[in-house]
Design a protein around this ligand. Structure first.
Ligand SMILES: *Cc1c(COP(=O)(O)O)cnc(C)c1O
Length: 356
């Protein structure tokens, strides 16, 4: 008996290349796009180990937990690392980045997370990119939590390495990711003797054997189910229109903040301009216990307690992908109201007013 997930014809190089073009179109980029066969940490680590080396100096902008991970990879690759950290409930500014670059003229690599799903903040990449361009150096952006949730313009912003994953606002699969790579970045990788080669972390392998070979032969059997899911997810975004998808996430974030305010809950990121549209974080005492009660009342609510040390003080409303909807936001607010013993009606009408 044939099975729809199992008995598929092989994914051809043509189909793979066309999915790559779909990602490039979504990013509005003219740079090469490499699709990587694993979650987004794969291209992020690949970019860092290809771009950084002993003798290089990296500015690592830390606005959430992923920045800490990048710093560790950069140091492991032998780079000297200048950390620019801000409290995780705020954003970094272009001026702070320009200052750090001016203080360390030797910086030749900059890593930044656009939006942080874990902490609910987002950074002004346009002005940061301007500072990086004025200084020089490769600019790597983790856009996993921003793609599909807020405007993302890697070419306009001077991003050399823009990493995305499909599993957040794109509403797609988690097992495949992608990175756009500028010509400058390819040149830097090629002259780095420590850049991964003949390795699963290697981006150069894809450049030399796939892109430069005219996209005729894949390096290995592609992750077929994930590629088909990525294609379906790109098609679904085109059908809705990217602007519509972005607007849905923006409304979900505003509605959640308005509803939470009606419940007397403060946002964890107090400045709305620094709050990421992908997910809304809320300041809630005893957050793990509150989430437990909330999920008991509404098991389908897209709620989670903050990770690690934040479990005691933060509730995350993960209103991304299909959950960027009036229904999902309402369910999350009802669940929170139930957990706190509050009347849900004021929160529901505040949220509904935002969607209307
Ligand atoms: C979710 C997320 C990731 C991790 O993506 P995976 O595909 O799960 O590895 C990376 N960076 C940011 C900013 C994220 O929000």
């Amino acid at each position: 008996m044939t099975h729809p997930l199992l008995d598929l014809p092989p994914l051809t190089p043509e189909r793979f290349a066309s999915i790559e073009r779909g990602v490039a179109e979504l990013l509005g980029t003219r740079q090469d796009v490499v699709i990587t066969q694993g979650e987004a940490l794969l291209p992020l680590e690949g970019c860092i180990r290809s771009g950084a080396r002993p003798g290089s100096t990296a500015l690592n902008i830390v606005t959430g937990p992923y920045g800490t991970t990048f710093g560790n990879w950069l140091r492991d690759a032998g780079a000297r690392v200048v950390d620019l950290a801000v409290p995780f409930d705020t954003a970094v500014t272009g001026a702070r980045v320009a200052e750090a670059l001016a203080a360390h003229p030797e910086i030749d690599f900059v890593s930044l997370v656009h939006a942080e799903a874990a902490t609910g903040n987002t950074n002004p990449v346009a002005e940061i990119g301007e500072a990086v361009r004025a200084h020089g150096g490769l600019f790597m952006l983790d856009a996993v939590a921003s793609v599909g949730a807020e405007p993302l313009l890697p070419d306009e912003w001077g991003v050399d390495l823009c990493v995305i994953g499909a599993q957040k606002a794109m509403g797609g699969p988690a097992g495949v990711s992608a990175v756009s790579v500028s010509d400058r970045a390819w040149a830097r990788f090629a002259e780095n003797p420590a850049a991964p080669r003949r390795s699963y972390l290697s981006l150069l392998d894809w450049k030399e054997r796939w892109i430069d070979g005219g996209r005729k032969a894949l390096l290995h059997a592609p992750a077929q189910l994930e590629m088909l899911a990525l294609e379906a997810c790109l098609d679904r975004i085109s059908a809705e229109g990217l602007d519509g998808v972005l607007a849905r996430h923006g409304s979900a974030a505003r509605a959640t903040r308005a509803g939470a305010a009606a419940l007397g809950i403060a946002p964890w990121v107090s400045d709305a301009a620094e709050a990421a549209p992908v997910a809304t974080t809320l300041r809630v005492a005893d957050a793990s216990a509150v989430v437990g009660k909330a999920l008991a009342a509404r098991p389908s609510a897209v709620l989670a307690a903050g990770g690690g040390a934040l479990a005691g003080e933060m509730v995350r409303v993960n209103h991304y992908g299909p959950a960027a909807s009036p229904e999902a936001v309402a369910t999350a607010l009802e669940a929170l109201a139930a957990a706190l013993g509050s009347d849900p009606e004021p929160a529901l009408s505040a949220a509904a007013a935002v969607w209307a």
